[in-house]
Design a protein around this ligand. Sequence first.
Ligand code: MCN
Ligand code: MOS
Length: 783
Amino acid sequence: MTVHEIRTRHGDSKRGDSKRGDSKRGDSSDGAIFAEAVGGRLSRVDGSAKITGAAKYAVEQQLEGLSHAVLVESTIAAGKVRSIDTAAAESAPGVLLVLTPDNALRLNTATDWLGTPPPDIPYCPLARDITFSGQHVAAVVAESFEQAVAAAALVRVAYDETPAIVDLSDAKAGDGIPIDAMTKEWGDAQAAFAAAPVRICAAYNTPREYQAPMEPHGLIAHWQDDRLTVWEPSQWLDGMARTYAEWFGVPFENVRLVSPYIGGGFGSKAFAYGYGAVAAMAAKMLGRPVKLAVTRPQTFTAYGGRAATRQTVALGADAEGKIQSIVHRGVNETSVDGMWVEPLGSVTSIMYATPNFSSRQNVVRVNTVVPGALRAPGENPSAFGIESAIDELAYEVGIDPLEIRLRNYAEQDQEAKKQWSTRQLREAFAAGAEAFGWSKRSPEPRSMRDGNQLIGWGVAAGTYPVRRAYGEAMVRILADGSVEVESSSIDMGQGTYTILAQTAAEVVGVPAENVVVKLGDSRYARAGVTGGSRLAGVMTGAVHKAAAAALDELVGLAISDPNSPFHALQANTLVVANGRIKSPRGDGPEVFIAELLGSVGRSQIEAMGDTTPANWTAEDRYKNNTTIAMALSHTEGDYSRHSWCAHFIEVRVDEDFGTVRVSRVVSALDSGRLYNPKLAESQWKGGIIMGIGQALLEEGIVDRRHGRIVNNNLADYLIATNADIPDIEVISVGIPDPHSSVLGGKGVGELGIVGVAPAIANAVFHATGKRVRDLPITLEKLI
Ligand code: MCN
Ligand code: MOS
């Protein structure tokens, strides 16, 4: 082998180049960084399966004897089911079962995601007491989907209706319940606000928003004796397996969740919901596999989107714009019998320095399905409040909106009283401003135009905490020299398959194309939730450990086994690069991994690796993988860990029609070290695109008579399309953060969406002189 074939990166002797790998090399701008190693721009390894249709999604599985379930939903938002007449449905063609609360199996209540022990009361996914419109009241199972749809329409439900609280603006809604755990206070915020020379105070609102993944939810449930297999798109196989197991009173090991491909989740696919219980129950009662595909309209009621929020932000500052006090009050809606807290003070409390601070939050019960997680729950609406408010302060004081952010830069986490692990936010402001050309901005609102288009430039910052957890992974070196990684974690489009291949390839010393990553089956090495942008950090750490253990064993075998060609060499270590083993000095033989395994008579090397504490019990691991009780706080130890970003956005507002177009986005982001810049950039852009939709289009419109979302489909609930999106430039300003993860990365998935909506609202103000504090920014609000 010639020297140029074993070019190494950063002196890492294990990392070799590969001729075959050349075809996968990323942009030439990457120079010596190989696409295959961690940090390289390897394209998504699952990409071709997805675009060719080879990837099989949950409800596409073909099973012998498959039957089809269709839900019957409440048409009122509050009251009781008086009676359900199932006679016509039962005698309809093909009908196998009509499920109502009367014949439903009695399930157990399951442990929640926090790990709270469940009350010992039965759980029924079909309701008699109606607390929201669209609640499941019955279900029909038939031989064919069409028969089930037809029969479901024949189920007659009579209700006793009571008045509903349809949303936060309902006069009956009241002030809600204080959530004491959300209270954050230091100094005397009220007094300092009253005494401040400059004061602004305003209310900011966000509507109900929905995850709208391309793949709607659904599942196929199949019982074989007391073992349940569920094909269901999932952000959390182990958590959902536990829920199913507890519902049906079977051992955890008896439930298998399968979810190799997921058509987007955005927070909505982490839990087993009521329709899953319905399908699994029907499958058990019928002794046949049951498919239940949630319809697009049902994706607005079968689980929750982002709660509607209301915030007031009061900022007191001195004449130079230095903040002296922040008083923040937030409210989010939750359901009548469920609790969802959208942490509205999460960005407010850390973004800017202030000696006096007060944030409190209430939740208000309304007749809705319990809201849920949508990309950056908490941080997203929180940033809309504080990043709009500081912009208002900038105009009030008369200084540049970028300058006011730098003047109030938080040098530490004043809430946790800890230093930042890394905070490249100044660098983000600088790089973003430079690339955007911010210095050419004319300060006055309505002062920039192009014909009848008013041009506005806005800036806002964003942040997301580094949520950390422990992980486990299985790595195998197989007889043919390839490497296999197994984990019950998932890839819903973020790039898990790809970055784990890169991690194992780099550690073991094989080309990434020789690594097969298997995800999305709860039979694999257990994994925790994919939420809070934690998975990449957790799993690269675990795979790194497992791959290192496998490599150690391989090298150990090569040195010690009498049949190994290296046995005579008397080396105490060897290197593996490009799938070949050799001595670090370059003397002696050079042997393919497959040859070595052949000569020592091993069919494979298998190593589990984990980042969990050594003293953990099996129960601790179970908790780690099925609840978030064992997760590490982002402020644990000496540091406060967050990703950061700055968005610079140009809008063009038609002066006659009030239509807003986003014409330019430059964002600079700090996610620490990037495992794969190509994928991280794609993630950031995806978040920014969702932020543009949130700012200009997205709003669940509540029917005030029935409390249902009127625009419950993708024709009427508008999400951003290609035509709404300009070129987006993203700039990475992160540096490796050893306090955040094994490989130095911070969270990527949710960061990009945070701060986009306020940057757009701020740009719209700059363009028009009109401050819109209610999302979305639609044209009638600009008149
Ligand atoms: N990455 C990287 N360098 C880092 C961190 C991450 O290159 N330092 C890249 C990797 O490609 C990694 C991806 O970014 O696979 C996301 O990593 P991470 O930030 O750890 O987020 P998770 O893997 O935990 O993914 C969940 C996150 C969340 S919480 C939501 S919501 C969301 C998101 O990811 N939903 C998504 N991105 C999504 N992307 C798609 N396509 N679909 C969704 O439903
Ligand atoms: Mo993401 S909303 O934490 O799944």
